[in-house]
Design a protein around this ligand. Structure first.
Ligand code: SF4
Ligand code: SF4
Length: 193
């Protein structure tokens, strides 16, 4: 290998490593918030999002809010879902996605086949959920728009993680205070070679 080829190869290798490290860091950071449906992977998302706010304006349920400046300049103003207080209604036509001109939220052709990728993890705290402790309750029954995601076993609700996408509408319907249904960001593990 001549000197020029050597440096070119070295540059390519270093560049790849830097991108992988940035990707890993972005994904680790992203475990602290929940992006709107069809958000690209975090690093790609951050590069594409112009912080225009169009997705927030388009959301009829006002579920999307801008991340605060204190979280850092790289993410300040980018959109996240407020699933602690509201649920995402998985709207027909995905207004938030349709409003995103730069394509930071993007329904790709492969998504049409694979369906919506989960954007949050939801689970039931059986210590707090009334039917799991004895009293009857059906407050969240019928709240889930995704077939098979919220199932009832012997009058007790259970989340099926194979179907749940994390919309948190069951949490919004829960009458227990604080809610017996917990929602958290999906921890996206770094995949650095
Ligand atoms: S799918 Fe609907 S409710 Fe959910 S974030 Fe998009 S516009 Fe808002
Ligand atoms: S519409 Fe797209 S580019 Fe604009 S803030 Fe939302 S995600 Fe970012």
């Amino acid at each position: 290998m001549d000197r020029r080829a050597f440096f070119l190869q070295a540059f390519r290798n270093t560049g790849e490593k830097v991108v992988k490290l940035c990707d890993a860091k972005a994904n680790q950071q992203a475990a602290h918030w929940i992006r709107p449906p069809y958000a690209r992977d975090e690093l790609e998302f951050l590069l594409a999002c112009t912080r225009c706010g169009a997705c927030m304006e388009a959301c009829p349920h006002e579920v999307i809010f801008p991340l605060a400046v204190r979280l850092g300049i790289t993410v300040a103003g980018t959109p996240a879902l407020n699933l602690l207080h509201k649920g995402c209604h998985l709207c027909d036509g995905w207004p938030c996605v349709a409003a995103c001109e730069p394509g930071a939220l993007r329904k790709a052709a492969e998504d049409a086949e694979a369906g919506l990728r989960p954007f949050a993890r939801v689970h039931i705290d059986t210590e707090a959920c009334l039917p799991h402790q004895g009293p009857e309750c059906g407050a969240c029954e019928g709240s889930c728009p995704v077939p098979g995601a919220l199932v009832w076993d012997l009058c007790r609700p259970r989340i099926d993680p194979l179907h749940c996408v994390g919309c948190a509408l069951c949490r919004a319907a829960c009458i227990v205070q604080p809610s017996a249904i917990k929602v958290e960001a999906l921890a996206r593990t770094a995949d650095v070679a």
